[in-house]
Design a protein around this ligand. Structure first.
Ligand SMILES: Nc1ncnc2c1ncn2[C@@H]1O[C@H](COP(=O)(O)OP(=O)(O)OP(=O)(O)O)[C@@H](O)[C@H]1O
Ligand SMILES: [Mg+2]
Length: 353
C-alpha cells in the first residue's frame, strides 16, 4: 500500500483489507451495514460493517475534505479522484435512501495490456491484428459497451498500437489511460470549484487540442455535447482518433454519438448530423461483460455509409456463446464474419491481418 492511500485506510477502516487487496477492483458501500466488493468480475457481499451511519457519513466527508471538496447537505454528491488514482463517488441522504452510498473504483497498478487480454480470452489473435490494423491505418475507432464492460481497458490497448513519432493529445475527465509513447500531451478536465467557478470541460480541451497540432486525439469517454466537437475534428482531419461511449451494440453506438452531439445545443439538421457520424467513425469495437464476469470484445464492426438516412454497420468479428454452465461459466468462440473493406489497403501497407 502506498503512502497516498494511507488516509483512506484510516477513514475506511472497516474495508481496509479490500483497499489493500489487489484482487479487489471495486468496493461498494450501501449504507453502514452492507458492503459489496468486485473480484475477478464478480460481485460478492462481504461481512464488513461500519459502526453506524454517522461513522460512515463522517468517513465520506473526510475523504471529500482530504481532496479539497465538501460533502454536506448543500453538496450531497461527491466525485473525487484520490491521490493514488482511485475514483470515489458518494451520495448521502436524503438523496440516497439507504444511508451514505460510496463506490470506490480502485486504480489498477498493472496495466491490462493487450497480451493479457488475449491471454484472458477477451479477444483472439486475428482480432488483435484487426485492431492493430485499424490503428495503423488511422481509422477513427469508438469503443462501445455497457458500464464496466472494459471500454477504457480496450481503448488503452488500442492506444498501445499508436506508432512512436505521432503527436497524440489525450483528453480525460479523470486520468485512467496510460499511453506509453513519448510524444503524448495529456489533459484532464476540471470541475467547478465550490463557488461554481473555473470549470474546464472536454469541449474546451478539444478546442485547445485542435490548436496544438495533434496527429491524433484520444478522448477518454464521450458523454455529452463534446461528441459534436469530436465529429467535426474527425471530419476535418485528425484521422486515427479514438474514444469510448456507453452503448448496447455497435449500431446503438452510432445513435448514442448522435444523441450526445444533439446535447451540444448547436442546431444542426438531423440528416447532416447523421452523415457526419457515418463519415467520421470508421469502426466500432464493442465490449461486454458476460454473465460469468469475464469481459470480451464481442464485436468489431465497420461503419458503412448511410442508407435512406439510417446507420449501417458491417460486422467483421463476433463472439458466439455456445453454452452457459450451471455455475454461470460461459463458453463460446470468436467468429470471423466478413473480410474488412480495408484488407487491400492493409496489404499494401504491409500490415498483416
Ligand atoms: N479484458 C478484461 N479482462 C479482465 N478484466 C477486465 C478486462 N477489461 C476490463 N477489466 C476490468 O474490468 C473493470 C472495468 O474495466 P474498464 O474500466 O475498462 O471498463 P469501462 O467499460 O471503461 O467502465 P466504465 O463504464 O466505468 O467507464 C476494471 O476493473 C478492469 O480492470
Ligand atoms: Mg471507462
Amino acid at each position: 500500500m502506498d503512502q497516498s492511500n494511507s488516509f483512506l485506510v484510516l477513514f475506511l477502516n472497516p474495508v481496509a483489507k479490500y483497499l489493500e487487496d489487489d484482487s479487489v477492483s471495486e468496493i461498494l458501500i450501501n449504507g453502514h451495514e452492507r458492503v459489496y466488493i468486485e473480484r475477478a468480475g464478480r460481485l460478492e457481499e462481504t461481512d464488513a460493517r461500519f459502526v453506524s451511519e454517522p461513522a460512515l457519513r463522517a468517513a465520506a466527508a473526510n475523504i471529500a475534505k482530504s481532496v479539497g471538496r465538501i460533502l454536506d447537505e448543500m453538496h450531497p454528491r461527491l466525485d473525487a479522484r484520490l491521490p493514488d488514482g482511485s475514483r470515489v463517488h458518494a451520495v448521502i441522504p436524503p438523496l440516497s435512501r439507504i444511508g451514505t452510498v460510496i463506490a470506490i473504483r480502485k486504480f489498477k497498478k498493472d496495466t491490462l495490456t493487450i497480451d493479457k487480454m488475449q491471454a484472458y480470452g477477451s479477444l483472439d489473435e486475428s482480432m488483435r491484428r484487426l485492431i492493430r490494423a485499424l490503428v495503423l491505418l488511422h481509422k477513427n475507432v469508438i469503443v462501445s459497451g455497457a458500464t464496466s464492460s472494459g471500454k477504457t481497458s480496450v481503448l488503452n490497448a488500442l492506444s498501445s498500437f499508436i506508432p512512436e513519432g505521432e503527436r497524440v493529445l489525450v483528453i480525460e475527465d479523470a486520468t485512467e489511460l496510460q499511453l506509453q509513447q513519448r510524444h503524448i500531451v495529456p489533459f484532464e478536465t476540471r470541475k467547478a470549484d465550490k463557488n461554481g467557478q473555473g470549470e474546464v470541460t472536454i469541449r474546451d480541451l478539444i478546442h485547445s487540442a485542435l490548436r496544438l497540432r495533434p496527429d491524433r486525439i484520444v478522448i477518454g469517454e464521450i458523454r455529452g455535447g463534446e461528441a459534436l466537437d469530436l465529429l467535426q475534428a474527425l471530419n476535418t482531419g485528425h484521422a486515427g482518433s479514438m474514444s469510448t461511449i456507453h452503448a448496447n451494440t455497435p449500431l446503438d453506438c452510432l445513435r448514442r454519438i448522435e444523441t450526445c452531439a444533439l446535447l451540444s445545443g448547436i442546431d444542426i439538421p438531423l440528416t447532416a448530423l447523421r452523415a457526419q457520424v457515418a463519415s467520421a467513425i470508421d469502426a466500432v469495437v464493442h465490449t461486454a461483460r458476460l454473465s460469468d464476469g469475464s469481459r470480451k470484445v464481442v464485436s468489431i464492426a465497420e461503419v458503412l455509409p448511410l442508407e435512406n438516412g439510417e446507420y449501417r454497420v458491417r460486422e467483421l468479428t463476433a463472439w458466439k456463446t455456445d453454452a452457459i454452465a450451471p455455475d454461470g461459466k460461459v463458453s463460446g468462440h470468436f467468429e470471423q464474419i466478413n473480410t474488412p473493406s480495408f484488407a487491400e489497403q492493409a496489404k499494401i501497407a504491409g500490415i498483416p491481418l
